[in-house]
Write a protein that binds this ligand. Structure first.
Ligand code: XMP
Length: 514
């Protein structure tokens, strides 16, 4: 694959990852780096273009992040966005001021230079997303104003000769109606990119790289059946076939039929040429968890026990050279404000053993965003239902059973969850939801069934809309669907006499119950 890259220099804005994603949607590879990335390093990386992100600061504040003026003299095209645009203006001798009127939200912008390469196929008037208190009051020498709004005289500026562009607005957010076109224009018209970053080329190149790295070595992968580990496993399997062993640990806290579904795809009768080990470890988890009610302790026990099981399997296989992890790009991005990278030791199970004897870790997805992982999955022929799975936490139903865990409670929550998912799918409302499941509250209450008194558990249904899982709102499931789910759960799941729908948003709630 051609190494054509855009560097996104992060000045602490909320949308830094989004910018990289948008550029990648133009089939151009982009990486986010903190603004502290040295000039030398940038030269070495030889990007086709650089994008300076927004940020919460004012260029005049003493501790504001800045960059050496020499950045603008490298001859590399640069697009400054919001704070990035002000930084460009300030550094090159323009003037930045507190705007008399702050602009937040959707704003109509007038394009002054319709022939600007940045505005090709962009309307003369277009709606963009503004979010600023400072603005550029005077452009630096050599720059022209190419767009304005009623209260922002310099909504965009350009120095065409030096290939320097700046927008006060945020083209990367979807509220900027033609923002994606502008980013496309920047990477193609200004930076001269050819658009070689595509999933088929990613898959092909990665398989080649893995083969070179692994040689005839043995590879081990912890497979959870989730999207990331599944895609990582299939990539490895295509690259090294039977040199790969996947270990799938059924900890007894999976959704109904999940173990069999994973085995059907990856097991001996499945679609791939790999060694698959399914460890049915339900009992040892139940024994360890018996009587434990504190959520963090439950999580810790599940995580640790998972590691022990995995370790034992790894020892049986012996002399493993490489360990595969499904780390994805958001896990490795460094924060723009100088904090060090947070790299999860394992994205789904909270830490893999140090003492498993392997030489190196392979992280084939470390450059991909989640939606790109999904595209790679489809490219690799992984079934759609696996690729588009909703997230499932590593500790599984352990965090969906409030209080202590018993085999019977697992059965209740599995059956109730299955009915909920089945009815949402039948009603055709499942696709639009971020995450949805049933949880078992630890509450028992009195009911009446067939003239008899019951004293049984209450099941809670949860469905949320979310794009980032950091915040979430309760989904509006049609009432008749909820009623149908309630009737079926009460009739079909022994031990339940009450069904509740959880309305809580996040914050203050979390998505999972524990
Ligand atoms: P919360 O409950 O914190 O969940 O709002 C946010 C998202 O993270 C998932 N989640 C986990 N995923 N290991 C995981 O891999 C975990 O321990 C874990 N806990 C929560 C949760 O399903 C939701 O998507």
């Amino acid at each position: 694959m051609e190494k054509e890259m855009i560097i996104v220099l992060d000045f602490g804005g909320q949308y830094n990852q989004l910018i990289a994603r948008r550029v990648r949607e133009c089939n151009v590879y982009a990486e986010v780096h903190p603004y502290t990335l040295s000039l030398e390093k940038i030269k070495e990386m030889n990007p086709k273009g650089i994008i300076l992100t927004g940020g919460p600061n004012s260029v005049y504040a003493e501790e504001s992040p800045r960059y050496d003026k020499a950045l603008f003299e490298l001859g590399i095209p640069i697009l400054g966005i919001c704070y990035g645009s002000q930084l460009m203006a300030y550094t090159l001798g323009g003037e930045v001021k507190t705007a008399p009127v702050s602009e937040y939200g959707r704003t109509e912008v007038d394009v002054d230079d319709v022939s600007s390469p940045l505005f090709e196929h962009v309307d003369n008037k277009t709606v963009v997303w503004m979010s600023h208190t400072d603005y550029i009051a005077n452009v630096p020498e050599g720059f022209e104003i190419i767009a304005h709004t009623p209260v922002c005289p310099i909504a965009a500026m350009a120095n065409v000769e030096k290939k320097l562009y700046a927008t006060q607005f945020h083209p990367e957010v979807t509220h900027s109606v033609q923002g994606q076109q502008m980013l496309r224009n920047f990477v193609y018209n200004v930076c001269g990119c050819s658009g070689a970053w595509k999933m088929d080329s990613f898959v092909e190149t990665t398989i080649k790289e893995i083969r070179e790295k692994v040689g005839s070595g043995k590879v081990l992968c912890a497979l959870s059946g989730g999207v990331d580990s599944s895609v990582a496993a299939v990539l490895l399997s295509k690259a090294v076939g039977k040199q790969l062993t996947c270990v799938f640990v059924d900890h007894g806290l999976l959704r109904k039929n999940e173990g069999d579904e994973v085995e059907a795809v990856f097991g001996p009768n499945g679609n791939y040429d790999l060694n698959f080990i399914r460890v049915n470890a339900q009992n040892r988890f139940y024994v360890k968890l018996a009587g434990v009610t504190e959520p963090e302790e439950k999580r810790k026990i599940i995580g640790e026990e998972f590691i022990r099981v995995f370790e034992e399997e790894a020892k049986k296989i012996g002399a493993v050279d490489f360990l595969v992890q499904g780390t994805i790009y958001p896990d490795v991005i460094e924060s723009g404000l100088g904090k060090s990278a947070v790299i999860k030791s394992h994205h789904n199970v909270g830490g893999l053993p140090d003492c498993v004897d392997f030489k190196e870790i392979i992280e084939p997805l470390r450059l991909l965003f989640k939606d790109e992982v999904r595209k790679a999955g489809l490219e690799l022929g992984i079934p759609e239902y696996l690729v588009y799975r909703q997230p499932f936490p590593g500790p599984g139903l352990g965090v969906r059973i409030v209080g202590d865990i018993t085999e019977d409670k697992v059965r209740i929550v599995q059956d109730a969850d299955f009915i909920f998912r089945e009815e949402l799918a039948k009603a055709g409302v499942d696709k639009g939801l971020g995450q949805y499941f049933a949880a078992l509250t630890n509450m028992r209450s009195v009911g009446v069934m067939g003239d008899f008194r019951t004293y049984d558990y209450a099941v809670a249904l949860r469905a949320v809309n979310t794009s980032d899982f950091m915040t979430a709102d309760c989904s509006e499931i049609p009432f008749e669907v909820l009623q149908r789910v309630m009737t079926r759960i009460i009739n079909e799941v022994k031990g339940v006499n009450r069904v509740l729908y959880d309305l809580t948003s996040k914050p203050p709630g979390t998505i999972e119950f524990e």
